[in-house]
Unconditional design. Sequence first.
Lengths: 236, 250
Amino acid sequence: VTALLQHVLLAGLWGGLLALERRAFLQAMFSRPLVAATVTGMLLGDPSSGLFVGLVLELFFLGTVSLGGAAQELDTLPAVAAAAFAASLQHQSGVHGTPAVWALALLLCAPLSRVGRSFERRLDVRAQRYGDRARLFSNEGQLRRAVRQNLRAMWPHFVLFGLLCALSVLLGTLASPLFALLPLQLIRGLAWGYPALAAISAAVAVNASHARYALRYAAVSAALVLGITVAVLRLR
Amino acid sequence: VRLDPYTVLRVLWRSLFIQAGFNPEGLQNLGLVFALYPALQRLYPEGEALNAAVRRHLATFNTHPYVAAGIVGGILFYEERIARGEEPTEKVVQFKASLMGPLAALGDGFFWLSLRPAVGAFSVALVPLLGVWAVAVFLLLFNTVHLYARGRFFVLGYRHGGGLVEHLRSAQLPLWGERLRSVAAACAGGLVAWLALAFGQQEHGALGVVLVSACLAGGGLTYALLRRAVSPWALWYAGAALAIAAGALL
C-alpha cells in the first residue's frame, strides 16, 4: 500500500509538472511522449517499459501540433498513463516489461489523448475568467493583481492533469491482476501487436513529417538499416 | 529613459510564461502583460501612464511562444522610445499587430512542424543504440536550438524593433525546416526496419521472416492509406487487431 501510494503521488506530481511545462512555462518538450513516458517509467521503477511505450507514442503523435492556439490531442496523458500502467503491471503481477504488456498499455491508454484534449478545452474556456479579472483590475488601477492573473490561470492545469495521471497509476494497479487471467495465446498475440503498432506509428510519423520526398527518404533509410543489419548478422 | 540589464533579463525570464494565462478572447495577452510589467513599471513611474501602458498590452495577442520573445524584445524597443516621447503609442500597437501573425506562421513551420518532428524521430531512432540516453539527446538537441532561438529573437527585437524581420529572413528558417522534415522521414523509416528485425529475430524460423515482412509491408500500406486520408486511429487499431490475431493463431 505504501509503495502504491508513493507511486500515485509521484505520478500525480510529475503529471502536474508536465502540464505546467507543456502549457504554461518554457515548452522545453519534457511533456513529449518519449520523455514523459520514460521518466514516468523511471519514477515507477520500470524505465524500459516507459521508453518503449514512449517511443511508439512519440512516433504516432509526431505531427500533432497546436496551430493558432487550437486545442491539440494531449499526447502527454496517454504517455504517462501507458508507462504507469505497464510499470504497475510489472510490480503487481511480476510480469517483466514485455512487448505484450507494452502493446496492451498502448491500446488501452492511447485514446486518453482525446480525453485530455476535451479537458483542456474546458480549462481554456474557464481561463476566460482570468482574462476578465485582469481587465477589471486594470480598470480599477490594481495593476499587480491584474498581472498576477497570468500565473493563477496555470494552476488548474497542474491540479487536473496531476489527478488524471495519479488516477491512471491507481487504475493500472487495480487492473493488473486481470493480465494474469489473459489466455497465453492472446498474450502471444499482443507480443506481435507491439512491433505492428510501432511500424504503423512510424508510417504515421513519415506522413506527418510533410517532407517533400518523405516516402523516398523513409524507404532508402529502411533499406539501409535492413542491408547493414543483415550484413552484420551474416558476418557474425 | 533606458531599461537596466536586470529589468531586461527579468522581462526575458517572464516571457517564458507567455502561455500561462491563455484564454479564448485575449489568447496570450495575460502572458504578454506579465512579461512586460517590470519594464513598464520602470518606464512609466506615474500611475496613469503605467495604467495606459498595461491596458494597451491587454489587447488580444497570439503568436508562437518561442518567437514571442522577439516581439517582447521589440515592444521594449518601442516602449523605451515612447517613454522618451520619440514615438507615438500607436507604433508599438502597430508593431505587435503586424508581426504576431507572420511570426506565428514562421514559428509553427520551423519549430512545431520541422525541428520537433526531426529531433523526435532522430532521438527515437537512437533508442536501439543509446537506450534511455536517447531521451537526454532529444532534450539536449531540441533545447539547444530552442533556447538559443528564444534568446536571439529577444535580443534582435530589443536592438532592432521592426528590423527584426530582416534578420529573421536572413536566417532562412523555411529552408532549414524542409531539410529537417526530411530527417524526420528518414529516421522514422530506419526505425521501422530496425524494430521489424529486432522483433523478428525473437521468433523462430519462418515466423520471424513473416513478422519482419508483415511489419515492413504494414508500414508501407499504412503510409499509402494515410495518403488517402484514412484515419491514423483506425489504422492503428485495425493493424494491432490483425497482428494480435496473427500472433495468437500462427
